[in-house]
Design a binder for this molecule. Structure first.
Ligand code: HEM
Length: 198
């Protein structure tokens, strides 16, 4: 359940949260989805639509950078590791804090701001491949990452086609890092139906 369900549920929730905080980006995603579905008699998102969701993809990645659906992962040192003159012995537990990696200001300027443009391919071409590791990296990285990205695109695309989301002003959203990034008391939103042209 952790890998296949909770992670993607967290990613989708936090992406919607950021889109509530930035209505201009929410409108841009809606315009992209409306454009893709324009003139069709169904809101079904087809396989061939997924690659056209360029801005939504940037939103999803920026949200996973900012909110880190999996906040940290653990490993154990299997061979002596020399780091800045210190040798770390075999058997040492090692935590890779994904939140810190994703908020390093030398790699991600203004790291606490939500800026989907960071993930425009032109802005990513010189980035280190370990700068963005929501799915971990290396031989034991996430086997479901492509599935999850597609699932997020379908879910968010369909939700934003039908509704505009705003945060409930009476409920504060507070992050609670756990095995996945949760909230202290839930993430309350208001979904207002919209009427895009079919
Ligand atoms: C936003 C969604 C997801 C995120 C952020 C995510 C993140 C991760 C991370 C960080 C790891 C490495 C864990 C570690 O080394 O301790 C991992 C491993 C794994 N994930 Fe995902 N995951 C997501 C979705 C999925 C989905 C949808 C599936 C299955 C359909 C999946 C299946 C797995 C499996 C089986 C592993 C273990 C791989 C191994 O140890 O070789 N994940 N995931």
């Amino acid at each position: 359940m952790f890998e296949g369900h909770d992670t993607t549920a967290s990613a989708i929730s936090w992406a919607l949260y950021s889109l509530c905080e930035h209505p201009e980006y929410q409108e841009r995603v809606q315009a992209e989805v409306d454009h893709i579905l324009e003139g069709r008699d169904s809101d079904n998102i087809e396989w061939s639509d997924l690659s056209k969701m360029e801005f939504l993809t940037m939103v999803i990645k920026e949200s996973m950078r900012l909110h880190c659906p999996v906040p940290l992962i653990s490993r154990e040192i299997t061979q002596p590791l020399s780091l800045d003159g210190v040798t770390i012995p075999v058997g040492t537990p090692c935590t890779i804090n994904i939140i810190n990696v994703h908020h390093n200001p030398t790699v991600w300027p203004d790291p606490y701001s939500f800026k989907p443009e960071r993930f425009h391919p032109d802005n990513m071409k010189d980035k280190d491949s370990y700068a963005f590791i929501p799915f971990s990296a290396g031989p034991r990285n996430c086997i479901g990452q492509h599935f999850s990205l597609n699932e997020q695109k379908v879910l968010l695309g369909r939700l934003l086609r039908r509704f505009t989301f705003t945060l409930d002003p009476d409920r504060t959203v507070t992050k609670k890092p756990a095995a996945v990034m949760r909230t202290e008391t839930g993430m309350w939103m208001i979904a207002t139906p919209r009427t895009p042209s079919l």
